[in-house]
Write a protein that binds this ligand. Structure first.
Ligand code: UDX
Length: 437
């Protein structure tokens, strides 16, 4: 099929390349010339494991073209809208400027029978509003909402082999036709038995925010238990293992630590609260405000722990922060708990040196006042405290005896419960962690 993808960020770029690898003819469009240039040259504009290999594979086929000219979408049977919906600067709600602009510009290029497919995460009610814009511009075109659940770090796998697929479509013949066309788009994963759920627009929009709210709640739940463990002398990692064996609960997303960040979970729960308020159902998701609060308290607690190991204050201390990305296998620093803690320490007078295997460039752009060191042992040199704030494999694998040769004092705070505590203690380290001793 001929497919267009509008917006080539983490979601759109991986989606475009994945669709081409499934055999479709894809044109990707983005307003950012740097993205267009990189992708046209077969280079990933961000760090995502497996993505560059996918781009190389797709380049051999010639099925993916990338441009900044929206007119190139003309003639595609399906148009995926993958632009961002960040948090608005004046509150919790989602900023729909980019989605609205993409749909409006796309509308003038539509022909009868074409399907416009929204993948961006939007407040419930948006699809119905955008459907009117589409049908006014081209009565023969249909809008569907097909939320995306990909995780950064696993974006290629999640796009090619999603856990499930959801189509939100209008009632009647146009909706049936949209679902049929999407079935053709996803024919390969559907043949592999991927579950497919066809819903109305509001359900499809809500599925996405409900999923992210549930995940955020699960993380904040275990972090609340970590707070309890801290005051009662328990071990949150063992607690998570023990409750996680109950299949109804499950062990995944019960890793206690510095909490969630990134471009999705934080802004999605806030946008959900804002939208629920607008709909007069704010009470139904009022608990998400507590989820957000618990998440933020972990950052404050981390700064307190750093201060504890340094004898009561971080002022003037040389602190090595390992990790700037919001999670491992990503160079994304949007709402990164690690970077936030580094900034708080810096503001409290510490001399902070930040290391990250992939995210230093992005972190430096966002927080230029911090010091960055691209080589891990150089970053550790002379440290009075080492803070592990993103659980990269490289940090889990650090040899505590070797690290001890570089630092000034053997103080380590494990913000992600990622280190082998006994090995570090045996090597003479003063080990502290969130939610265990
Ligand atoms: C998330 C959703 O998982 C994905 O389905 C959706 O499409 C986009 O948002 P992503 O933002 O890539 O994906 O990251 P995710 O793996 O969900 O992690 C989010 C944050 O939670 C990270 O900061 C991570 O470190 C943290 N986390 C995750 C924990 O603190 N504990 C856990 O047990 C799991």
């Amino acid at each position: 099929m001929k497919i267009s993808v509008i917006g080539l960020g983490y979601l759109g770029a991986v989606h475009a390349a994945s669709m081409a690898s499934l055999g479709h003819e894809v044109v990707g469009v983005d307003v950012d010339p740097a993205k267009v240039e990189a992708l046209s040259a077969g280079k990933a504009p961000f760090y995502e494991p497996g993505f560059e290999a996918l781009l190389e594979e797709v380049a051999q086929t010639g099925r993916l073209t990338v441009t900044s000219d929206l007119a190139a979408v003309a003639g595609s049977s399906v148009h995926f809208v993958c632009v961002g919906t960040p948090q608005r600067s004046d509150g919790y709600a989602a900023d729909l400027t980019y989605v609205d602009a993409a749909i409006r510009s796309l509308s003038s290029h539509l022909s009868p029978g074409e399907i416009v497919v929204g993948k961006s995460t939007v407040p419930v009610g948006t699809a119905a509003r955008l459907a009117e814009i589409v049908s006014k511009a081209e009565p023969g075109a249909v809008l569907a909402w097909n939320p995306e659940f990909l995780r950064e770090g696993f974006a290629v796998k999640d796009t090619l082999h999603p856990d499930r697929i959801v189509y939100g479509v209008p009632e009647g013949e146009s909706g049936r036709r949209a679902a049929q066309v999407l079935d053709e788009v996803y024919a390969v994963p559907l043949t592999d038995g991927m579950p497919r759920i066809v819903t109305d627009y509001p359900t499809a929009e809500l599925v996405k925010v409900a999923a992210n709210s549930f995940l955020a709640t699960k993380i904040s739940f275990i972090n609340a238990m970590a707070e309890l463990c801290e005051v009662a002398g328990g071990d949150v990692t063992q607690l998570a293992d023990a409750i996680g064996h109950d299949a109804r609960i499950g062990r995944r997303f019960l890793n206690a630590g510095l909490g969630f960040g990134g471009g999705c979970l934080p802004k999605d729960i806030r946008a959900f609260m804002a939208r629920a308020d607008e709909l007069g159902a704010g009470e139904a998701v009022a608990f998400l405000s507590e989820v957000d609060e618990i998440n933020h308290r972990r950052r404050v607690r981390m700064v307190d722990l750093a201060s504890d190991v340094l004898g009561g204050t971080v002022e003037g201390a040389r602190i090595t922060v390992l990790g700037a990305a919001f999670k491992p296998d990503s160079d994304d620093v949007r709402d990164s708990p690690a970077l936030d803690v580094a900034v708080r320490l810096h503001e409290n007078g510490a001399h902070v040196v930040v290391h990250d295997p992939e995210a230093v460039e992005n972190a430096r752009l966002k927080q230029p006042s911090l010091s960055y060191e691209p080589e891990v042992y150089a970053a550790l040199d002379g440290a009075e405290a080492v803070l592990v704030l993103t659980e990269w494999r490289q940090y889990r694998d650090l040899d505590p005896d070797k690290v001890a040769e570089y630092v000034a004092q053997r103080n380590v705070v494990d913000g992600r419960n990622a280190l082998d505590r006994d090995a570090w203690k045996t090597a003479g380290w003063h080990y502290r962690a969130l939610g265990r001793h």
